[in-house]
Design a protein around this ligand. Structure first.
Ligand SMILES: *Cc1c(COP(=O)(O)O)cnc(C)c1O
Length: 658
C-alpha cells in the first residue's frame, strides 16, 4: 500500500467537497508566504526541516540554531513559554554592521572625522545586554546615551571604555547635572546636552562649584520633521531642543562665563523609525548648518555632531511602509558622511567626529518571543444544523432556502440576502420574537452558509469581495499564551507591525487563517495586523496550520528587542516572561543567562499585596468553613495548596503536562 504524506492526502475543504490532492508544500513557499527572507535580514530563515533557524552573523555560512529545537530544549530544562529568547550575537553583528558601514563611508569619502556611536539605553536597559554592548563596542569607541537620571546612574556604572562618550539627554535637575559633571573627574567623557535653555545655568553653576570645564552639547530644535509614527519628536513644537534665539542667547551667556570653548557637540534627533531617507537627509542639512554656524560664532571646541537616532528597522519587509525603511544602513552612513562633508567643506569647518544614537537598529533583531497556542475558536461549519421546516419561523426558512439554493451563479444575491437575514436575526432576538434556541439555530446556519459560500466563491470569478468579507468573519481565533501589553505593546499602542509566524511545520501548507488573541481579558489584547506579502500591505489574519491533537503549536513574534520589553506593562497582572540569552557557535549553543519571569507574588507586590496576608486570609476563611462543616479538611488543604502554588507560580498558563 502506498502511504500518502499528509500533504498528498485528499483534502476536505470547508463545504465537504473532495478536492484533488495538492502538490507538496515546500519551506521555500512558507518563506515567501511569511516574507521571512525580506524582514529576516539574514538572521532568520527557514531550514530544510521546515523550522525557523537563527543565524546571528546574518550570513548563510555562519553558525545557526534551529529555533524549534532550541525551544524544545529550553522546555526540557523547565523554562516556560512564553519565552523571550535573546541572541547577544545578533547585537554584536549589528554593532559590526553599523560601524562597518560608517568606516566604509568615511574611507570612500576621505572624510576626516571618526565615527563614535552611542547606544541609548532607554531602548532596552537589560543589564546583560548593555554589558554586552559595552564589551563588544570597546574597540569601536562605542559609548552610551542616557535620557534620565536613573539611566545616567546605570551608564556610569557600566561605561569604562577609554575615549568613548557618555551623552546625557533628557530632563535634567541639579543632581543629574552635578553627577554628570563630577563623572568627568572619574575620567569619563560625559557630554551634557542642553535640551532646555534652563539647563545651561545649572551646568554653569556646577562647573564653578567643582571647578571643571564641562563638556557641553547643544540640542538644536530643527524645523525639519521626521516622518512615520514618531513624527512628533521633531519640528518646532518638539519637547526638547533650543530655538535659534535660545542658542544665540546661550552662546552670549557662555561667552561671558568664558565657557564658549566648552561647547563640544551639536545634537539633533528627529524621531525614531524614520521610514524615508529623504527626511533624514533634510534634517542632516539643517543640522549641519547649525554646526557650521556654531563654529562661526566662536565655538572653537566644537568637534562632534550627534545626529540622534531614527535609523529604522524593516519590520515588514516592504521597504515602503511606516514599519519599514526605504534605505539601507550603508545609504544612511553615506548620506550622513557626505552631507556633513559637503557643508563643512563649503564653510571651511574641520570635519567633526560623527555620533549616532541608533538604538532600535542595534537591538530590535536580537530577541524573539515564542509562545504556544492554547486553543482555537473555529467558526467554520461544514455541516448545516437540522433542516428548517414550515413550522419554523419564516426567517429560519429563509436561511434554509439560501443554503439550498446557493450556486456559483447567484452568489452575489445570496450574499446580500445572508447579510440581511443576519441583521434581522439579531433584531428579532432583541425584540423578543426569536428565542435562544432559534437564535442559536440561525447563527449556526449563518456560518454553514458562509462556509459553503466561501468554498463556492473561491472557485468562481469576480468574487473576491465576498471571499474577503466572509473570510474575515470565518477566520479562526487562536488563543495564545502571552500578553500583547507585556510583550509587544507597540502593536497595541501605535499599530506597529511585527513579523509573526509559526516556528515549525513550515514544510506543511498552512491552510487556516487566524487572528491571535492573548490571555488578557481586554478586547484590544490581540494581534491582528500581519504582513501580507502578496499585496505588500498588512492584513488582519495570519496563515496558520491546523492544530494537531496532543501536539503543541508554537508561534514567534520577531524583532521585539527594541522598546517592547521596557514599555511592557502588567495589564491583568501578566508579568515579565521567562527570558534566556543564547550564544551560538560552530559546535552548538550555550545558555548564557536565564532570567525567570515574574511570579504572581512579585507582580502582586507591585500593587501592594503581601503574600503572607493573602494566604492568612484564605486560611482563616477555610478554618471557619471547616468549623461550619461546609468544606472538609482535605478540601481545605487542597485549596490552600493550590493557592500557595498559584502565588509562587508563573503569571502565564503553565503546561499541564509539565
Ligand atoms: C529615543 C531616542 C533615541 C533612539 O532612537 P532610535 O530610533 O531607537 O535609534 C536616540 N536619541 C534620542 C535623543 C532619543 O530620544
Amino acid at each position: 500500500m502506498e502511504i500518502l504524506k499528509d500533504s498528498q492526502k485528499p483534502q476536505l475543504n470547508h463545504a465537504n467537497v473532495k478536492l484533488a490532492p495538492t502538490p507538496a508544500w515546500t519551506p521555500e513557499q512558507s518563506a515567501d508566504l511569511y516574507g521571512i527572507n525580506s524582514w529576516g535580514n539574514g538572521y532568520f530563515r527557514i531550514n530544510q526541516n521546515g523550522n525557523v533557524s537563527v543565524t546571528p552573523q546574518g550570513t548563510a555560512a555562519g553558525p545557526s540554531v534551529d529555533l524549534h529545537e532550541l525551544t524544545q530544549d529550553l522546555l526540557d530544562r523547565g523554562i516556560r513559554v512564553p519565552i523571550m529568547i535573546r541572541f547577544p550575537d545578533i547585537i554584536k553583528s549589528r554593532v559590526d554592521l553599523i560601524t562597518g558601514c560608517f568606516a566604509k563611508a568615511v574611507a570612500d569619502h576621505n572624510y576626516k572625522g571618526q565615527f563614535c556611536g552611542v547606544y541609548p539605553i532607554k531602548v532596552n536597559q537589560q543589564r546583560h545586554l548593555v554589558e554586552e554592548l559595552v564589551k563588544h563596542g570597546r574597540d569601536k569607541r562605542m559609548g552610551l546615551e542616557c535620557g534620565s537620571k536613573p539611566e545616567l546612574l546605570v551608564v556610569l556604572a557600566l561605561m569604562n571604555t577609554p575615549n568613548a562618550l557618555v551623552i546625557c539627554n533628557g530632563f535634567k535637575d541639579t543632581e543629574y547635572i552635578e553627577t554628570a559633571v563630577l563623572s568627568q573627574k572619574l575620567g569619563r567623557h560625559t557630554i551634557i546636552v542642553v535640551d532646555r535653555y534652563e539647563e545651561l545655568k545649572l551646568i554653569i553653576d556646577a562647573a564653578k562649584k567643582f571647578n571643571v570645564r564641562p563638556h557641553i552639547g547643544i540640542r538644536a530644535k530643527l524645523n525639519t520633521q521626521g516622518a512615520g509614527k514618531w513624527v512628533d519628536s521633531s519640528g518646532a513644537r518638539s519637547k526638547f531642543g533650543l530655538t535659534s534665539v535660545e542658542i544665540m542667547d546661550g552662546l552670549e551667556v557662555l561667552k561671558k562665563e568664558d565657557l564658549l570653548d566648552c561647547v563640544e557637540l551639536l545634537h539633533f534627533h528627529i524621531g525614531s523609525q524614520v521610514p524615508a531617507i529623504q527626511s533624514i537627509k533634510s534634517s542632516l542639512k539643517e543640522g549641519a548648518r547649525f554646526f557650521t554656524e556654531l563654529h562661526a560664532q566662536g565655538c572653537t571646541g566644537l568637534r562632534f555632531i550627534d545626529v540622534g537616532g531614527g535609523l529604522g528597522v524593516d519590520y515588514d519587509g516592504t521597504g515602503s511602509s511606516d514599519s519599514s525603511v526605504n534605505y539601507s544602513e550603508q545609504e544612511y552612513a553615506n548620506d550622513v558622511v557626505s552631507v556633513l562633508q559637503g557643508l563643512c567643506d563649503e564653510k571651511g569647518v574641520p570635519h567633526p567626529d560623527i555620533v549616532t544614537e541608533s538604538g532600535r537598529f542595534l537591538v530590535a533583531h536580537h530577541s524573539i518571543l515564542v509562545f504556544n497556542v492554547m486553543g482555537v475558536n473555529d467558526l467554520r461549519r461544514p455541516e448545516p444544523p437540522r433542516t428548517a421546516t414550515k413550522a419554523d419561523h419564516p426567517l429560519m426558512q429563509d436561511l434554509q432556502y439560501i443554503y439550498e439554493k446557493m450556486t456559483q451563479d447567484n452568489l452575489n444575491e445570496c450574499f446580500n440576502d445572508l447579510l440581511q437575514a443576519k441583521n434581522e436575526t439579531l433584531s428579532l432576538f432583541t425584540y423578543g420574537v426569536l428565542n435562544l434556541p432559534q437564535r442559536a439555530w440561525a447563527e449556526s446556519m449563518y456560518f454553514a452558509i458562509a462556509t459553503k459560500m466561501v468554498a463556492l466563491a473561491q472557485q468562481g470569478e469576480d468574487t473576491e469581495d465576498i471571499v474577503n468579507a466572509l473570510k474575515e468573519e470565518l477566520c479562526d481565533t487562536f488563543f495564545c499564551n502571552f500578553s500583547v501589553f507585556q510583550s509587544v505593546p507597540d502593536s497595541w499602542a501605535v499599530g506597529q507591525v511585527f513579523p509573526v509566524m509559526p516556528i515549525h511545520r513550515l514544510s506543511e501548507q498552512p491552510r487556516r487563517e487566524a487572528t491571535l488573541a492573548d490571555l488578557t481579558c481586554d478586547s484590544d489584547g490581540k494581534l491582528e495586523k500581519f504582513i501580507d506579502t502578496e499585496t505588500g500591505k498588512s492584513k488582519k489574519t495570519l496563515n496558520v496550520h491546523d492544530l494537531k491533537a496532543g501536539e503543541h503549536y508554537y508561534l514567534g513574534v520577531f524583532l521585539t528587542g527594541a522598546y517592547q520589553e521596557i514599555l511592557g506593562d502588567l495589564h491583568n497582572l501578566f508579568g515579565d516572561t521567562d527570558a534566556v540569552a543564547v550564544s551560538i557557535h560552530e559546535s552548538g549553543y550555550t545558555l548564557d543567562h536565564y532570567v525567570p519571569g515574574d511570579t504572581v507574588t512579585e507582580v502582586l507586590s507591585y500593587v501592594q499585596y503581601r503574600h503572607y496576608n493573602m494566604v492568612d486570609n484564605v486560611r482563616q476563611a477555610a478554618e471557619e468553613s471547616i468549623q461550619k462543616g461546609t468544606i472538609t479538611k482535605q478540601e481545605a488543604k487542597l485549596l490552600i495548596k493550590h493557592y500557595e502554588e498559584g502565588l509562587s507560580g508563573y503569571t502565564y498558563l503553565e503546561d499541564p503536562e509539565a
